[in-house]
Design a binder for this molecule. Structure first.
Ligand SMILES: [Zn+2]
Length: 176
């Protein structure tokens, strides 16, 4: 399978509202999911939304694991989420660092809900409900934003919360 090109900030597809999927079990959607899993696997990313590979559809993958880009990430099996929804279970918001495969070389502090209840369809079309907190809740909200034409830079409180990836790597090296 070929790793797909990642849409970079400035591509119109990243600013579109992605369309709901009504044929979850179709070959097209199953193949798209496998391509997304494969693309994410080779990327050091912890999540990927279909608009990032030029498919304006409501499907995303959350795949938290420690990588050179996110050395402190918890481990969670790669999970395909179709037509996802979520609600915050508390008003608590936490600021932490995010990056994005579509915005290379940049990191920023982004406020996100700490605890959320997520609902999504899996690859069989079954709707599941699960609660996420902390880093995985953050990844979910980041990918979910991509389905609505938003990127994490839209969420930062101040431009001063944006730094280069090289500086970010220095910061976390000093923390550990
Ligand atoms: Zn992203």
């Amino acid at each position: 399978m070929e790793k797909l090109e990642i849409a970079l900030l400035g591509e119109p597809v990243l600013r579109q509202i992605a369309l709901p999927i009504d044929d979850v079990t179709s070959t097209d959607i199953q193949q798209l999911a496998q391509t997304m899993l494969f693309t994410l696997d080779g990327s050091n990313g912890v999540g990927l939304a279909a608009p990032q590979i030029f498919e304006s559809k409501r499907i995303m993958v959350v795949a938290s694991k420690p990588t050179p880009r996110y050395p402190y990430a918890p481990t969670m099996p790669a999970t395909v989420m179709i037509n996802p929804e979520f609600m915050a279970l508390s008003d608590d918001m936490v600021k932490d660092w995010e990056g994005c495969l579509s915005i290379p070389s940049i990191r920023a502090l982004v406020p996100r809900y700490h605890l959320i209840r997520v609902s999504y369809m899996d690859l069989t079309g079954q709707r599941l409900e699960v609660d996420f907190e902390g880093f995985i809740a953050r990844v979910f909200q980041h990918e979910y934003d991509h389905l609505n034409g938003l990127v994490y830079l839209d969420r930062v409180d101040s431009n001063r919360d944006i730094i280069s990836e090289a500086m970010f790597l220095k910061l976390i090296a000093n923390d550990n």
